[in-house]
Structure formats: structure tokens, C-alpha cells
Design a protein around this ligand. Sequence first.
Ligand code: SF4
Ligand code: SF4
Length: 93
Amino acid sequence: MSSKVLITIDYQKCTTPFACKKCIEVCPGEVFLVTPNPMMIKKYQPIDENQPGSYLLLAPMTPKCVGCMKCMEICPNDALKVEIQHPEPEITT
Ligand code: SF4
Ligand code: SF4
């Protein structure tokens, strides 16, 4: 059984991910993605990357995370938490 990774993004701290992208640039696993926030899209209006909440950071490729913790180290807002969950050891009798 392999380890499982859990990535938590604090959206109160990561407010302008399109303008930042530091975690994306540093991640060797290409885990992250930035997408426009559907709640903020207004028809025929350009999206301002500097407006808080206009974009959302997602981690759709979490299974590709290698656990290097570079994203946590580089994030200027302390918005990321990466947890490696190791499986319970099997008990044999
Ligand atoms: S711990 Fe490393 S591989 Fe995992 S998401 Fe962060 S930068 Fe990417
Ligand atoms: S480095 Fe931090 S603030 Fe920048 S996009 Fe990633 S999670 Fe958001």
C-alpha cells in the first residue's frame, strides 16, 4: 500500500493565484492548476488577475505529488499544507 498525499489550499490566504503562480512554477509534479473563479465571471468583462478571488488555485494532480514541500516553502502567504499520509502497517500474526 502506498502513501497518500493531502493538499489543503487556504483561499483566505491565496487570493490572487494567477498573479502569483509561485507554487506552480516550483512544483516538479505539475500538481497545480489556476482557473477563473466561475462565481466571479461577468459576461464580456475581462478578468482582472489582481482582483482577489478572480482566479482559484486547484490541485487536480495531487496523486503526482512527490512530497518535496517546495510549494509550501515558496508560498509567500503560507497558504498551502501538504500532508503525506502513510498507511497503517499491516499486522500479521
Ligand atoms: S510537495 Fe512538491 S510535488 Fe507536492 S505539490 Fe508541493 S511542490 Fe508539488
Ligand atoms: S504560492 Fe501561495 S499564494 Fe502563490 S499561488 Fe501558490 S498557494 Fe497561492
